[in-house]
Design a protein around this ligand. Structure first.
Ligand SMILES: Cc1ncc(COP(=O)(O)O)c(C=O)c1O
Length: 384
């Protein structure tokens, strides 16, 4: 049977092949160090789990409204006030199935056939596919170390056309962990306002910022802000995120949500109510501190071994390492590292085209002793 043409343009996620191969190797007894997958190794905090179980026992197994559980929307709005000193009205918060659901809603609202969505290359790969799914054109703008692997106003002025409808920024970024300069974001925000272009800022890693302040774009009421319970809140598998949207957009987004997925998972929404308690937040801050110390260990360790990481990544849990000292083919290198030393990493090719063959994304989602073991194995590989 013939499938839709858009399917041909959806690139596979190479990391899933790496993961599958890693699992085969593990089944034969190999010890694999997993630095490929973009999710923390920590379990969801216990209060959230308990709240989820209690919700199931209490029979909270029916749909919520498409915009989400009112108490949760309110709690999310409150988090903006306490954590980021940003005023967000509850009515502008939409609870979604992960940040993925939020990105799909925002792009579904804003981008259609003939429209262009500007985004950084390297960047989170699903974004270009979301745009394509909306029959819009993803314009991948090559970014380098000189701009901290983030879009600048100059990039935007160079690549925008009359078809540009959306600028999509993720800060801190996946795969680079680097954050956008707040002054540059303000300039981009002004440009978007002047050109009637929507600005989406993906802040899924914002609460995992180790250096400097956490600047949320929620200080502007006309920006679409994507966030999630997946990363900082350690709830990847619960599939829960949110979108903060301008007031004018809520009606259209609600109709889209009603039709695309009806609502986010109800038990997950009840569970997430416990995510904002003092106990949970204190555990999450401890986890964040652990991630921070992993970064501070792995970043110099990789640099000492010839990997080029020109900009210190301020957040997330990724190092985007230029490995041209070892190879011009990071895709093959990722396979070789897995096969020979049992270290699984993600090839740059998963994040775009720009110098992708020189880069590996290394996720520090393993405890420090395992990271040290990975570095030791790398030593054996580099200097046998
Ligand atoms: C930048 C970025 N945005 C969105 C997502 C999707 O996350 P979620 O699990 O909330 O759907 C990810 C997941 O890795 C990501 O890295």
């Amino acid at each position: 049977m013939k499938t839709a043409a858009r399917i041909d343009d959806i690139a596979p996620f190479h990391v899933m092949d790496i993961l599958a191969r890693a699992q085969v190797l593990e089944s034969t007894g190999c010890d694999i160090i997993h630095l490929e997958i973009g999710e923390p190794d920590f379990a969801t905090p216990q209060p959230i789990i308990e709240a989820g179980i209690a919700a199931l026992r209490a029979g909270h197994t029916h749909y919520t409204g498409a915009l989400g559980l009112p108490q949760l929307r309110e709690a999310i709005a409150g988090f903006y006030a306490t954590r980021w000193q940003a005023e967000v009205t509850t009515s502008r918060v939409i609870v979604t199935p992960g940040a993925s659901g939020a990105l799909l809603l925002a792009l579904g609202l804003l981008a259609g056939p003939g429209d262009e969505v500007l985004m950084a290359d390297p960047g989170y790969p699903c974004n270009r596919h979301f745009a394509q799914f909306c029959d819009a054109r993803a314009v991948a703008v090559p970014v380098d170390a000189d701009s901290g692997f983030q879009l600048t106003l100059q990039h935007i002025e160079r690549h925008a056309t009359s078809a540009t409808r959306v600028i999509l920024i993720a800060s801190p970024s996946n795969p680079t962990g680097t954050a956008i300069d707040p002054a540059e974001l303000a300039r981009i925000h002004d440009w978007c306002g002047a050109h009637d272009v929507a600005l989406i800022v993906d802040e899924i890693y914002l609460a995992l910022t180790y250096d400097g302040d956490e600047h949320s774009a929620a200080r502007w009421a006309d920006v679409f802000i994507v966030n999630s319970f997946s990363k900082y809140f350690l709830m990847t598998g619960w599939r829960l995120g949110w979108l903060v949207a301008p007031a004018w957009a809520i009606d259209g987004l609600e109709r889209l949500a009603q039709n695309l997925f009806l609502a986010a998972s109800t038990p997950a929404q009840y569970a997430a109510l416990a995510a904002f308690s003092a106990d949970t937040l204190s555990e999450l801050e401890n986890r964040k501190a652990e991630l921070h110390s992993r970064r501070d260990y792995l970043l110099p360790a990789l640099r000492e071994r010839g990997f080029i990481i020109p900009v210190q990544p301020q957040g997330a849990f990724y190092l985007y390492a230029d490995c041209r000292a070892l190879t011009n083919d990071s895709f093959t290198l990722a396979q070789t590292l897995l096969e020979t030393i049992g270290v699984a990493v993600t090839p740059g090719l998963d994040f775009g085209q720009h110098h992708a063959q020189h880069y590996l994304r290394i996720a520090y989602t393993q405890p420090l002793p395992r990271l040290a073991e990975a570095v030791e194995r790398l030593d054996g590989f580099i200097r046998p």
